[in-house]
Design a protein around this ligand. Sequence first.
Ligand SMILES: [Zn+2]
Ligand SMILES: [Zn+2]
Length: 280
Amino acid sequence: MLCPDCVKVRPDQTISWSFGLAFGLLLELSAHKEKSLNLQSAMHFLYPPQCLSCGEETSADFALCAECWREAAFINGLVCDVCGIPLPGEPLSEEAEEHPFCDDCLARPKPWDRGRAALLYQGTARRMVMGLKHRDRQELASPMAMWLKQAGQGLFSSDTLVAPVPLHRHRFFTRRFNQSALLAAQFAKLCNLSHCPDLLKRHKATRIQESMTLPERYENLSQAISVPSGHLAQISRRPILLIDDVMTSGATLSACAEACKSADAAEVNVLVLARVARDT
Ligand SMILES: [Zn+2]
Ligand SMILES: [Zn+2]
């Protein structure tokens, strides 16, 4: 049906006007696109895109230079289903029901269900994690979240609750932010999942673990992490995905997973940006 104004003209004229309007709109849109491309080119001229890892000039935003790309040990292929460490052998098909475990996870079962890591903690990944953690490069969280999403396929569903490994408040005040919470927030936003940054609380100021033996690490963290009573209803019977920047022995993630399981979580999976290749 035609409106009163259109009735005054022939129907074929109305159609040609519609085409004219659509064509005009297209021209307008392409002019806007061109303007935005010109603006982008001007911004790139003034502020050339830099490699996320080393700061070298790159051709695109949020990218790695060729050298850092070569040094980025992204984890692909067959991995341990629990800790995400690469294993020798062919990758499994999508339908495979049995997933392999590494020797360490067989010898010392972890309290979480499944886990993945995006990269090995070396070269580019190590530089980027140090940049995020100690040099306040918070802009790295967004590209890191994309790598987490890629590595974590199959570990989460639409009702998964995402939570970071907590930092004790003393360390939070010296560092001013929790790098795991930044990663978890970006990841949850990217995957459209619920995020609870304070689902877990570290109520004991644990010592720095780098020089400790494995039993010392577990002892250092025992009873250090719990779910505050205000979050018990939120966690009950819900799948939880814990996010951290680096997994070394898995002691911290174990303490977090145990706290979640004690609080009746339905399933606890872990996803980390980088995995130390061998436990120290
Ligand atoms: Zn680089
Ligand atoms: Zn393993």
